[in-house]
Write a protein that binds this ligand. Structure first.
Ligand SMILES: Nc1nc2c(c(=O)[nH]1)N[C@H]1C(S)=C(S)[C@@H](COP(=O)(O)O)O[C@H]1N2
Ligand SMILES: [Mo]
Length: 262
């Protein structure tokens, strides 16, 4: 290569065909090396384990890791103490918009409704609506946002999730990463990261505009979680559970963002 004799020779003396062959060889080699690398990368992704079935549209783990990173960024950016903007009661809509009510549109058996809370010990609490109403009530007037593109200032009342946790001694459960909530018939379900569930404005709501929540809006108890889009605000809560694995999530299974944060 570094033969000085060779270097001195004018370029034109190298036969043209030879030059072309060398170029061809270089591009072929480069192409092959890149190709093998790309195939290897693709193969690695293709054969990587799939995320928990049914969640995040079954994304492969490396992709999920990228998603987790953006999720962490937003979690830190909107820290636990970051409060959502609130409004005076007078600004709350009198006619509240209604959206889908999957798992919450059948007749409500109010007399037999109980909130089931699955504790880590295996014990299942069965809590009546009166027990929940006996706890400190918090009102919240905020701008409710649906991913479909509408928003509305609404007034909800209920017990803060943190106060509920405190009252029922669920501290060990809050050490886990996720909270799962389902309708009594399991027709609709959401998974929530613990930080958002424990956000000081997250409510287990039983009132809308100072009245018991009407059935179309999630009677007798619904989730109001203002740091999330509407899809996570589960109506007619039946069961609450805690886990280190992502609980299944109705809309994430349809391809929506699992985190669905604002
Ligand atoms: N059980 C249940 N909860 C649900 C839904 C649903 O279909 N079923 N839809 C969600 C969506 S997409 C939105 S925007 C809000 C709408 O609540 P609203 O009907 O009281 O406006 O409820 C959320 N909670
Ligand atoms: Mo929504």
């Amino acid at each position: 290569m570094n033969n000085p004799e060779e270097d001195k020779k004018p370029k034109a003396e190298v036969p043209v065909q030879k030059q072309i062959n060398r170029r061809n060889f270089i591009s072929f080699t480069t192409f092959t090396v890149l190709g093998v690398a790309a195939y290897g990368g693709w193969r690695k992704l293709y054969t990587s384990p799939i995320e928990t079935l049914g969640i995040t549209g079954e994304a492969h783990k490396p992709l999920r890791r990228a998603l987790n990173k953006s999720e962490l960024f937003f979690r830190n950016f909107f820290s636990n103490n970051h409060l959502v903007k609130t409004y005076p009661k007078s600004m709350a809509a009198k006619v509240v918009r209604k959206n889908t009510s999957i798992g919450a549109d059948s007749r409500l058996d109010a007399a037999n409704w109980r909130l089931k809370v699955k504790k880590l010990s295996g014990e299942v609490l069965s809590i009546s609506i009166d027990e929940i109403k006996a706890l400190t009530k918090t009102d919240l007037v905020f701008d409710f946002k649906c991913v479909e593109g509408w928003d509305q200032i609404q007034h909800w009342g209920g017990v803060r999730f943190v106060d509920f946790i405190e009252h029922f001694g669920l501290h060990p459960e809050t050490k886990l990463d996720y909270v799962g909530m389902e309708t009594p018939d399991k027709g609709y379900y959401v998974g929530l990261d613990m930080a958002s569930a424990m956000h000081p404005q997250t409510l287990l709501a039983y009132e809308m505009n100072d009245q018991p929540i009407p059935v179309p809006h999630g009677a007798p108890l619904r989730l109001i979680i203002p740091v999330k889009y509407g899809i996570k605000n589960l109506k007619r809560i039946g069961t609450i559970s805690f886990s280190n694995r992502r609980p299944h999530d109705y809309w994430a299974e349809q391809g929506y963002d699992y985190y669905s944060g604002l």
